[in-house]
Design a protein around this ligand. Structure first.
Ligand SMILES: *Cc1c(COP(=O)(O)O)cnc(C)c1O
Length: 385
């Protein structure tokens, strides 16, 4: 039997377009090559426009976790009082990163499936003394989307002196984030909704964040220090660490695809597809971990129905055999469901194939489902009915 082509439906890495992959396979240019220098500079200006950033977009080799470190290292030291809000596993990771740096932090944790609210954050910040607040735009362990615009508006209105840092790793490029809402630092990495391969982080720092970096004088870190990268990001002929030339060309192509689709259209498509997938999975008896009005456009955590006849691992293995790779749940939800990414350049064929693979796995595992139930939802939705 010919094995099914495996669609990578995890929350990053995601399927990558052939034209992007071809850039990775092209001849390696010198980082000083004028063609590359121009391409890099133009990409940085496109990146700035994507989040409406009034400062600098730093594009640096490393994963999203490096982006987390870079964002906090350049905005806070021991003299700062930092509020770190967590909606799940990656929020908890940020708490531990801030704690390791020896920062003075206070934590606020939402129950899994829920989100910290502007009211709660306002109440905490109103106690006074805070200089930085950190939150996660889309929490990858729970599929929860922070209502970022509302949160940022509250911050801007009620706590204008507190710098606002947002982990947008699982959101950037798939969910709108406009830094003019009142966001000082936003970051993501290339293997999620920016739809490129793993390997680089993008950290957007607005003018207020850049000013704060100056006030910190020297920081412990070197590789992720804004001060070291500012000359490069403002004039790509300059050197600090060798830029990942092929990855940068690949990201340029990926951004070209994003801009060709149109950002607003892209954000709308992510929301529409997410709603459709949730409805299709409900037809198979799966519900989401995230509360209804907090479901992320980029990924979903689906919990198994009560009468699930098989173990988590054999269900996900069966999905993989049928052609859809899904991720395990984290924390106390491990074994109770799976995580599905639906971000990036996922077209109708991929969506139908992924849902069809899950439906076949459900049938072969003995779940009591009507064949075609989930697909019927997808077909109607994708046909605009
Ligand atoms: C994936 C992810 C990270 C970590 O990114 P890596 O590239 O795996 O280091 C951080 N935060 C969130 C919200 C994520 O989804």
């Amino acid at each position: 039997m010919i094995p099914a082509k495996k669609l990578v439906m995890i929350p990053g890495p995601v399927p990558v377009s052939l034209s992007v992959l071809q850039k990775l396979g092209s001849e390696v240019k010198a980082h000083t090559d004028p063609e590359f220098v121009a391409e890099f500079q133009s990409l940085l200006s496109e990146l700035r426009s994507i989040t409406n950033c009034d400062g600098i977009a730093f594009l640096v080799a490393g994963s999203g976790t490096m982006g987390m470190e870079m964002a906090i290292a350049n905005i806070a030291d021991e003299k700062d009082k930092v509020l770190v809000c967590s909606n799940g596993h990656f929020g908890d990771r940020y708490i531990s990163i801030c704690r390791n740096r020896g920062l003075d932090i206070t934590t606020m944790e939402a129950e899994w499936g829920k989100s910290v609210t502007p009211e709660e954050v306002d109440r905490e910040l109103s106690k006074g003394g805070y200089t930085v607040a950190v939150m996660t735009h889309v929490e990858t362990s729970t599929g929860v989307e922070l209502h970022l615009e509302k949160m940022a508006e509250m911050m801007k209105e009620r706590h204008p002196d507190v710098l606002f840092v947002v982990d947008g790793v699982a959101a950037g490029g798939g969910v709108k984030a406009d830094m003019a809402w009142g966001i000082d630092v936003y970051f993501t990495c290339t293997q999620k909704a920016f739809c490129c391969v793993p390997g680089m982080a993008i950290v957007w720092a607005g003018q207020r964040a850049l000013k704060k970096r100056e006030e910190l004088k020297s920081i412990r870190e070197s590789y992720v220090d804004y001060a070291r990268w500012i000359p490069v990001m403002t004039d790509t002929k300059k050197y600090w660490g060798t830029p990942a030339v092929n990855n940068i060309s690949a990201l340029k192509e990926s951004v070209r695809i994003m801009l060709e689709e149109g950002l607003e259209e892209r954000y709308r498509r992510h929301r529409n597809h997410a709603a459709l997938i949730v409805e299709a999975m409900a037809a198979l008896g799966f519900r989401t971990l995230a509360e209804d009005d907090l479901r992320s456009p980029t990924l979903s955590i689906f919990l198994y129905p009560e009468n699930m006849p098989v173990e988590d691992l054999s269900f996900r293995e069966s999905c993989a055999d049928e052609g859809a790779l899904l991720a395990a749940c984290l924390g106390e939800y491990a074994g109770k469901g799976f995580r599905m990414g639906h971000m990036g350049n996922i077209d109708k064929h991929m969506l139908i194939s992924a849902i069809a693979a899950i439906e076949r796995a459900a049938i072969s595992c003995g779940l009591d489902v009507k064949p075609g139930a989930a697909l019927a939802v997808m077909q109607l939705g994708l046909a605009g009915k």
